[in-house]
Design a binder for this molecule. Structure first.
Ligand code: FE
Length: 386
């Protein structure tokens, strides 16, 4: 039987490079298209070429074609293109990043990929997938990276072509984020017996590299990439204009500022004060101190499951009290010496929200602890009737 074909866009960025490894690991016969569409970060095409060469040196052959779309894309306005304004700096979910959207870009790319896949299936007599590296981190700013868009495209292309029953879309990262993509790439690289640093030094994610191809570390796409490497415990092997420690600290600061702004917009004044400024709501004023319904308690900031109603008890102290935390909660404990007392503060380990304190006067049969938690740091979801 013929090997199954995959057709994908290899941009030279980390998502599509990871996708290529993912497909090779699954045993696909891969055809990559790299689009020259007048992007400022033209250096990404050299990285794509270099990655394909590296793979070939290690026994993995990939069909790689460059497609010139400069003339067509010169019709469009975007800060990502050579005729556009400066690429904005900041966080990748900020509204200012909308200036980096290129009109209809993914529709055009997907259309060319689909046409290539159809032609390939015709020629080889086997089915093809159109593989795309889109992920959830793109959804906020880029509407043409959302699942509903690709479902609609898939439908339109299928009804507009003969032979489309041999073609399907494959979007393995749709529900993942940049860190998840890197972890997936680690698995594929290990299985293919390649080198992680060698692979990712042949990628670039920045929208505004300097003339030597080094990333500033400051555009939204840079920040997202840096945080992804950091969250899987690795250093990014590409060159930045500054040392890794410097760009990492700057990216973490951008992330913190972005999160604080987002919390301020989303949370009520007391929720923000408690969770982000380590405040305390007054006793007997919170929403849940007397809550007795069955259900789950999540962190108000990040939705992590912290407690369930079966862990709650009535301590009479005026704040929600729990004798145990959920086994996946991983709540952090920190010595708190404020107000002339020694207490143990508890914080959400995922988002660092202040939750309350833990005291040694809880019910003995459950270990003797009392998590004294602010209602303002919790979101309660009532269990639905069976
Ligand atoms: Fe949290």
């Amino acid at each position: 039987m013929n090997k199954k074909n995959a057709v994908m866009a290899l941009s030279g960025g980390m998502d599509s490079s990871s996708l290529l490894l993912h497909l090779l690991h699954l045993g696909y016969n891969v055809t990559c298209l790299s689009f020259d569409y007048g992007q400022k970060h033209h250096v990404e095409l050299e990285r794509a070429k270099s990655l394909v060469e590296y793979l070939s040196q290690h026994g993995y052959e990939v069909e790689h074609k460059f497609v010139d779309l400069k003339s067509a894309f010169s019709l469009f306005e975007s800060d990502l293109l050579v005729n556009g304004g400066d690429v904005p700096e900041g966080h990748y979910e900020e509204d200012s990043m909308k200036a980096t959207v290129v009109p209809n870009r993914n529709a055009i790319f997907a259309s060319l990929l689909y046409g290539t896949a159809l032609s390939l299936s015709e020629k080889t007599g086997s089915s093809s997938v159109v593989a795309l590296g889109v992920h959830s981190g793109d959804h906020a700013i880029y509407p043409d990276c959302r699942p509903e868009f690709y479902n609609a495209l898939d439908h339109a292309f299928a009804i507009g072509n003969w032979g489309s029953d041999s073609i399907s879309f494959y979007l393995p990262y749709l529900e993942s984020d940049k860190a998840g993509i890197l972890r997936d790439a680690e698995t594929a690289i290990g299985a293919l017996e390649l080198n992680f640093e060698e692979v990712f030094s042949r990628t670039i994610t920045s929208y505004s590299p300097d003339p030597d191809g080094r990333s500033s570390g400051k555009t939204g796409s840079d920040v997202e990439r840096i945080l992804a490497f950091h969250s899987i415990g690795r250093e990014d092997p590409i060159d930045y204009v500054d040392r890794w420690e410097v760009v990492l600290q700057a990216a973490l600061a951008t992330e913190r500022t972005h999160k604080e702004t987002e919390y301020k917009e989303r949370l009520t004044a007391i929720q923000f004060h408690v969770t982000r400024e380590s405040g305390t709501e007054r006793a007997f004023t919170g929403e849940y101190y007397d809550e007795k319904r069955a259900g789950d308690y999540f962190c108000i900031c990040c939705d992590k499951l912290l407690f369930t109603s079966s862990m709650k008890f009535d301590s009479g102290c005026g704040w929600p009290s729990f004798h145990t935390e959920h086994h996946d909660a991983g709540i952090l404990r920190i010595e708190d010496r404020t107000h002339g007392m020694l207490r143990i503060e508890v914080r959400c380990d995922a988002c660092d929200a202040h939750l309350g304190h833990v005291f040694p006067d809880g019910p003995k049969q459950y270990g003797g602890e009392r998590y004294c938690i602010n209602s303002a740091s919790l979101k309660f979801d009532e269990e639905e009737d069976q």
